[in-house]
Design a protein around this ligand. Structure first.
Ligand code: PEP
Ligand code: MN
Length: 332
């Protein structure tokens, strides 16, 4: 159950009620929100006069649930928003990893050329092998900061573990939590205690319940700006890198209030399939896309096989616009 306490309830009393109801508590503007275990179906009578509003829940998908808010949450950026009443599909692109200032400059100029708003590149890469390129770390974040100022772009980059969350938060506009980090409670909790938008990727071995409950860790910390990212799950199929779960996307749209971003690059794993897959996603009427592109994918230090070159990306982008329009969306 989610309980909105009355505005006149001060912190010590709110905390006392939270303790007695075994709730997580956070403050929203000028009132406190309690999230009790979902098995509680009626607010305790002794607190009834302290409650402004309450929402009964079927399970532990609470703050993310349509039972709490029918509308998709609105995530606000400098000049636009997604979710809520917005009809925008946010197209995020950039290379898998920051490799050099020259590479990121080219990517930023490409994003600008297409009139897009948001550049993505990783600095802390969660690689499968310790012998692969691990990312430039803080040096990469500094490159992104410079480019952000120069080109006035929104920047998104990922956290790999809790040790550098603060560093990433300081340098970026959107924090990406990668598929392998989805279960890292240190990261989830830190991201819940700040307000920048978080793009949470689905672990490739996680079901929807586990994915959405990971988002609940961030939401229940008080950060209302969470976006879910479907990036493919592991199935018996090996000819493609992962299997993009579009049925899961329908579930998320129907039952949760969280914006949904589709990452076709990591799902497919091969650039040849990315444009088709992306067109299929846009036709679903989604809140955003994450597509990897690189000035020269052949020499990319990570995920070389799946990144589109600028020409491939431009062709795909042009083909997306009419599809977006057909479902009432506008790509930004
Ligand atoms: C990435 O976005 O470059 C990445 C490593 O993705 P994922 O966490 O989905 O594997
Ligand atoms: Mn990648």
């Amino acid at each position: 159950m989610i309980i909105h306490l009355k505005k006149n309830i001060k912190e010590p009393e709110a905390k006392k009620i939270a303790k007695l109801t075994e709730s997580i508590i956070y403050k929203k503007n000028n009132f406190f929100i309690l999230i009790t275990p979902s098995k509680l179906k009626e607010p305790p009578v002794e607190f009834k006069n302290k409650i402004a509003d309450y929402f009964t829940m079927e399970n532990d998908m609470q703050l993310s649930s349509k039972n709490y808010s029918k509308k998709t949450r609105e995530i606000n950026f400098k000049n636009f928003s997604i979710g809520g009443n917005s009809n925008k599909t946010l197209l995020i692109t950039g290379p898998c990893s920051v490799e050099s200032i020259d590479q990121i400059t080219k990517s930023a100029e490409f994003v600008k050329e297409l009139n897009l708003t948001t550049l993505r590149a990783g600095c802390y890469k969660p690689r499968t092998s310790p012998y692969s390129f691990q990312g430039l770390g803080l040096e990469g974040l500094k490159i992104l900061s410079k480019i952000k100022k120069k080109y006035n772009l929104n920047i998104i980059s990922e956290v790999r573990d809790a040790s550098h969350v603060d560093e990433v938060i300081e340098h970026v506009d959107i924090i990406q939590i990668g598929a392998k980090a989805m279960y890292d409670h240190g990261i989830l909790k830190k991201c819940g205690k700040q307000n920048k938008p978080v793009l949470l990727k689905r672990g490739f071995g996680s079901n929807l319940k586990e994915f959405i409950q990971a988002a609940e860790f961030i939401l229940s910390g008080g950060n209302e700006n969470v976006m879910l990212c479907e990036r493919g799950i592991r199935t018996f199929e090996t000819y493609t890198r992962f299997t993009l779960d579009l049925c899961g996307v329908s579930y998320i749209k129907e039952y949760t209030n969280l914006p949904i971003i589709l990452d076709t690059s990591h799902a497919m794993g091969y650039s040849y399939g990315v444009p088709d897959l992306t067109r299929a996603c846009v036709a679903m009427g989604i809140d955003g896309l994450l597509i990897e592109s690189h000035p020269n994918p052949k020499i990319a230090k990570s995920d070389a096989a799946q990144q589109l070159d600028f020409n491939e990306f431009k062709n795909m982008f042009n083909s997306l616009k009419p599809i977006a329009k057909a479902v009432g969306k506008d790509i930004i």
